[in-house]
Design a protein around this ligand. Sequence first.
Ligand SMILES: Nc1nc2c(ncn2[C@@H]2O[C@H](COP(=O)(O)OP(=O)(O)OP(=O)(O)O)[C@@H](O)[C@H]2O)c(=O)[nH]1
Ligand SMILES: [Mg+2]
Length: 657
Amino acid sequence: MSGTTDGRSPRSVALVGPFGSGKSTLFEAIMEAGGAPVKRPSDPRNRPTTTETRIGHCSFLGDPWTILDCPGSIEFAHQACAALAVADIAVVVCEPTPTRAMAVAPLLKLLAEEGIPHLLFINKIDTLDGSVADTLAALQAHARCPLVLRQMPIVDGADVTGYVDLMSERAYRYRKGQPSELIQIPATIAAEEQEARGRLVEVLADRDDALLEKVLEDVRPTPEELYRDMHKDLLAGSVLEVLLGAAEHSGGVQRLWKTLRHDTPEAGESAERRALEADGPPVVQVFKTVYAGHAGKLSYARVWRGVVKDGATLGGTRLGGIHQFPNGEAAKVAEARAGDVVALGRLDGVATGATVSTGAEVEALPFPDPPPPVYALAIATTDRKDDVKLSGSLQRLAEEDPTLTVMQNPDTGETVLLGQGEMHLLAVVEHLAKAFGIKVATRKPQVAYKETIRRAVHEHGRLKRQTGGHGQFADVKIDVAPRERGAGFAFVDKVVGGAVPRNFIPAVGEAAEEAAKKGPFGYPVVDIEVTLVDGGFHSVDSSDMAFRTATSQAMKEALAKADPVLLEPVDRVTVSVPNDFTARAQRLLTGRRGQILGFAEKPDWAGWDEVEALVPEAELHDLIIELRSQTLGLGTYRHRFDHLAESRAGELKRGAA
Ligand SMILES: Nc1nc2c(ncn2[C@@H]2O[C@H](COP(=O)(O)OP(=O)(O)OP(=O)(O)O)[C@@H](O)[C@H]2O)c(=O)[nH]1
Ligand SMILES: [Mg+2]
């Protein structure tokens, strides 16, 4: 698999695109055509959604390739971004349905901005209802450069039976599981075919004066001229080549393979695109980390420069095994060279995204930042003896997955997982059970409510106990008053004339602060001032302990009488949606007790808006689920704590529950 033909380097393709568009099906068809069939699900209609980038190695016409089957779900989008960071080309797989075109928009924007060579593969062409032109027009609205349809479908009744390649002007009939058969261009579509080819040539001629001249002089360009222009324009990102197919029936897979072979840049060209100099020590970038039980840590990485041999020292750690995945199964290889994407064993201390070298330290290649978390779950072990193992295991999982954050909430005492959605966090929980044997129960995280008081009160606490010989005595008089929001807790000593001796006063202050940790509703009381104004003592029976007890009693009484109120955390939320959904997002937020602050165009995102609102934290738990379900999965949000708000009576009960 690592042999070369005509000096070609290994190259890698990332299959990306919206949820369910057929990337995994295409992956399997590509691998089969590349001589390394992978296991297919027994029932293809029941194919599980991809939650982790799958990697396969194969060869096509003697060239070595890595194929990356990325997840389409928005919850695993960062994995797709990570795979794109190490790929030579991206194939954006989408469906022939104009209403779904919008789902491709964020990806097309990312690819254009990052300058990653890419093409579009309109899959499921067997389900085409209407015309390809409608889907193209819908997709065009979200692309920055003109789409060029490379193939025209041949339709027989309700079925798409094959295609015409508009560059070579050859027609093919799809054959299930086999390369398509070359046929004559059907006479019935000859005129339409000429028109479609004319459009293709026109777009290419717009970027090539020599070709334009030919067109103006009515000279027919050769397929080679068109191939050359398409290649140049694809690499420059100035046109978007569009292919058609039906992955499930292996339709269009040979055409896709040949296009990839022709148009995918060589390893050296991709390294240049990433501004890496040609000379220097080997450079490797990790884009995915997995802790695979017995196999230990595997770092999936691309070699950007040079050759790395098994046993080499990378980033200060000795490499333990290089693996490729023909047929989807791991197989050891002795070395990996520029363009290879492989799994590297036992690179402890090397994190996902890191750039490492066998030589001196090298400059880090860019790697996508993880998106902010949008969903949280509290977890607790079902078996207490797993508690010790839990934090170490979670730390490993968080290292493996940069989109996962683990937090110990100091207010509620809960262990909270923060991530990209329900599916993401449930996958983490499943992984915890499988890889580390730790079972946990999940629940909605508690909201860190607080309390305060609205009225100043005076309270008297007195402890007088005679038990056998030695008694206990303490007397305190305190004022408890509200402070400004955010001012915190304060203790003031105003005792005069030694009514409470100096040495007992710290105990009173501490006990007052301790008592404020749990108010009448059971939450911490914030923003109050406790003043010790007077008191009394006994020369034998008074002690720190006695003063603490008297103070706690006084505090309890005082807080209950001081018109206590529940404070709930309110976050500042920024929802980002395509502007078709702006009104819907606003309704969603007001329905969750949100106060809309306004909306504006999202900077650098044509056709998108950002809605700003203040929303109680208690309402945010499943916001992302509803937001996504109402916005084709495209809507997202970020939030940060803004302030504590007094809860109105109706909500007080609910919040305190
Ligand atoms: N009719 C038809 N169905 C297809 C074709 N390709 C894939 N499918 C079906 O589309 C569904 C989704 O296919 P997948 O390959 O899992 O899609 P995916 O893009 O990998 O999905 P995610 O990993 O969840 O993003 C499956 O039920 C496939 O059988 C095709 O060419 N024609
Ligand atoms: Mg998939």
